[in-house]
Design a protein around this ligand. Structure first.
Ligand SMILES: NC(=O)c1ccc[n+]([C@@H]2O[C@H](COP(=O)([O-])OP(=O)(O)OC[C@H]3O[C@@H](n4cnc5c(N)ncnc54)[C@H](OP(=O)(O)O)[C@@H]3O)[C@@H](O)[C@H]2O)c1
Length: 329
């Protein structure tokens, strides 16, 4: 596993929680043979204890006692068959995540990631590489956290012609807009979001719509088979939404929400007027989406878009899908 912060530790805890389930379903454990944070790693071919790693990270700030410079060199030194990539998102270069995922797929290893950077920048290349090397490449948690959307479209709705997906893909913006519905100014709501730990000290990525745009790109490529990257998204954030605009919307029984819209021809993130009571008018930090397809019509989903165990739950679902596949073949 590359990355041992909120999500990485959450996934380690979930592996411990589901140890018996996995053993019963597959007759073997899902062994963690190597875990890296930004500067150290721990490795054991017989498997590391996930909860010991979490405790060590908490007490020492490091997951392992071996220092490293290059994650690829670490991966070359261990035997593994699946990479869980949960290092920080870098939407400018793809960061260390892009390097690690590329190396793993080139080495014919399966990959699960929730890291939006590599997906928003190099989706086509990574998927082609995975296909060429017959690797599984899954990324459910990269959009909507625990809210199942990618696998829902790919698996349950596989026979549908999906016309469009509209959704709330950033809980921080939704929190701010919901607080503005209750009378706060943008600045007050942002400050509160920061105090609650929902918004970063530098909130640009969220409030300017960049995070939602990455998710729109992932959906456009994976659900609609498009070939787009971050720079193709028309983006308007929420930083210039005024209290007057919110009041005017409310007077017309509407709310303003930051909506990502993806279809075969559309790729946009912008604030939209949504009628109160509509599935996309939800309040708080939740994510939501409405998928419109030809046979099923509109399907609405919502769920927690972020969080330690919530995001780990999406990784677990990808892991189970891969283990099921391996069992079949
Ligand atoms: N948090 C969520 O709810 C959520 C939801 C969906 C998607 N995501 C995505 O999941 C990823 C991880 O998020 P997070 O919240 O867990 O972030 P985080 O708490 O900042 O953790 C990032 C981890 O990656 C490690 N790291 C940094 N550079 C690395 C490198 N070059 N190689 C390997 N590991 C490296 C960090 O090491 P140190 O511990 O040494 O700093 C840390 O352990 C991000 O891409 C994020 O966008 C997060």
């Amino acid at each position: 596993m590359a990355g041992f912060g909120t999500v990485g530790q959450g996934f380690a805890e979930v592996l411990a929680l589901r140890k018996d389930f996995i053993k019963e379903r597959y007759g073997e454990d899902a062994r963690l043979v190597c875990v890296m944070d930004s500067s150290t790693y721990a490795a054991d071919p017989d498997g590391l204890d996930p909860l010991e790693l979490v405790a060590r990270k908490k007490s020492t700030g490091k997951v392992g006692d071996v220092r490293y410079q290059d994650s690829v060199e670490v991966m070359k030194s261990v035997e593994f068959d699946l990479l869980v990539e949960v290092s920080p998102t870098d939407v400018k270069t793809g960061g260390a995540g892009l390097k690690s995922i590329t190396f793993a797929l080139e080495s014919k290893k399966d990959v699960i990631t929730v890291n939006k950077g590599p997906l928003a920048l190099k989706f086509g290349e990574l998927v082609s590489l995975a296909r060429k090397n017959r690797c599984k490449f899954r990324f459910e948690g990269s959009v909507g956290g625990a809210m199942p959307i990618i696998n829902l479209c790919h698996e349950n709705l596989v026979g549908e012609k999906i016309a469009s997906i509209r959704g709330i893909f950033n809980g921080t913006c939704n929190y701010i807009l919901s607080k503005m519905d209750n009378g706060q100014t943008f600045e007050q709501a942002l400050k509160e979001a920061q105090q609650m730990g929902y918004a970063e000290t530098d909130p640009t990525n969220d409030i300017e719509g960049y995070d939602s745009a990455c998710k729109a790109v992932i959906l456009a490529n994976s659900v609609f088979g498009r070939d787009v990257t971050f720079s193709d998204v028309e983006i308007t954030g929420i930083s210039s939404i005024t209290s007057e605009a919110i009041a005017l919307a409310a007077a017309n029984n509407m709310v303003i929400r930051l909506i990502g819209e993806v279809s075969p021809t559309k790729l946009e993130v912008s604030p939209r007027l949504i009628p109160k009571g509509h599935p996309l008018s939800i309040a708080g930090t939740l994510n939501a989406a409405q998928i419109v397809s030809d046979l099923a019509g509109p399907i609405s989903i919502s769920g927690r878009g972020a969080g330690r165990k919530e995001t780990a739950s999406a990784i677990l679902s990808d892991l189970i899908a891969i283990m099921d596949d391996r069992k079949r073949t």
